[in-house]
Ligand binder design. Sequence first.
Ligand SMILES: [Zn+2]
Length: 494
Amino acid sequence: MKRYEDEIKFYQLERLAKKEMKMQVRVLDKKEWRNLVLADPKIPRSYSQVRRLAKMIYDRKVRKTFLPFKRKWPKFGVLNPWWEECAESVYSLLNMGLQNPFLNANQRQAIESDIDADMPTFEHTKDTTHFTLHWTDSSADASDNISDDAIINDTGDYLEIAWDKYNSVFGRAPYVPSGSTEIDVYFYDLSTAIGATSQEGGIDLDASWWNNTPGVRQPTSAHELFHRLQYEFGYRRLHTPSGNYKWFSEGTASWSEVFVWNRVSLDYKMHEVFNTPDTSLLTASYKALPFWIFFDTRQRDDPNDIPLVRMLQEYEIDGDIVRSANDTIFDDWPPNNVYNQLDSLFALFSRERRIGSWEQTPTGGHPYRNILDSDDNVISPTLQILDVNISFGDTYSVTTTVNPLASDYYNFILDPNTAGKTIAISVDGSSVGDFSFYIILEKDGRFKKAIYPWFSEEDYGYSETIDLDFANALIQIVSGRMNGGTYTLTTTVT
Ligand SMILES: [Zn+2]
């Protein structure tokens, strides 16, 4: 009897092989192909769609239009909306499009010539234990070239350090393409991204970023390799992701940058959920990073207990990200603990973003103190919070919407004339929405007390007599649970 693996047909892209670049495609049978394209509508399913995507990724003129305006991430500048720091999803979409059994030989040749046309020849190689690095210093386009061999040697070391850490902590090695014994790494001008990888391809790293921004070499190499650990745990290999999955795939790959190196390639992904706390975790992609740091640190029972390991083990079962997160969280907390599910744990994250202990372990440890950006500066995210000065006799009222797994913050600064009076807050949440509420009392910006009414998911009311000696500000946090929704918040002092 033939084993299933024997039936799998791969073909190598021969023109690229002549340039020392390995790229292989598994051609599916018609039924497998049908199931694949049903799983994600973004997979290019016709010859013209595949060809368009191949040109977007590999045609030098086309892909240059995807560059951010500057090589360095502009802190407050305008970005090309199509640019992404990591092209794992688009490279994977192209590879999936090539798995189409209806493409004929001529069509495959035409697509391959698009991929091949601007690809330089990789005349140099270096072998490490688990990787073969390929580069050129003689491409006609200078942006492909790496002339300093030390950059290659260092990157080989960085990849091996990440490989060892993943292998020992997660108990599995990153996925190696079928038929290979090592992972091939290519340096050229990607333009579309700093790095990319795909299941049956290598790891591709942008030569210009590598030359010009040394601070990305460690985090981006760890990030791309972490995608290959995700493949090992079934991501793409067993489960075709669709919809909002990048908060998992890119969010945890961004977490791996911090996990291995305590630094990130680009600092926007540390700032966004603080600058714009109404960003939904589910659409945050890379910017979900601080939540995964919180998920990791807050649920660590000891320094060797890494909750992301369990998260990937759960993901492997069925590819359901929310269920995997929920089950990981449920098993980590004592029975009946109020934080033992994703949306409640998110409410705790909303509190900790204000208090500042979002990256602390339960025993006060800081495994990731002083996370660095690509210029070696410590990243210090600042939470944007709405200040509302409130006096005796005032009523503050607002009707607004909070996103799923996102938070609104109201900082009621209590006037001296509110001493001994009563502050009353009521939240009227939409019946089709769901919410978590948190109150923090502060004295001169210092934490005094927090209140979590974990039983309230739609409407909420709170009142107390103001004691300015104890607290002179009250922060109301409204977070969306899995739905979020519209709510009216009314605060009075009488
Ligand atoms: Zn990525």
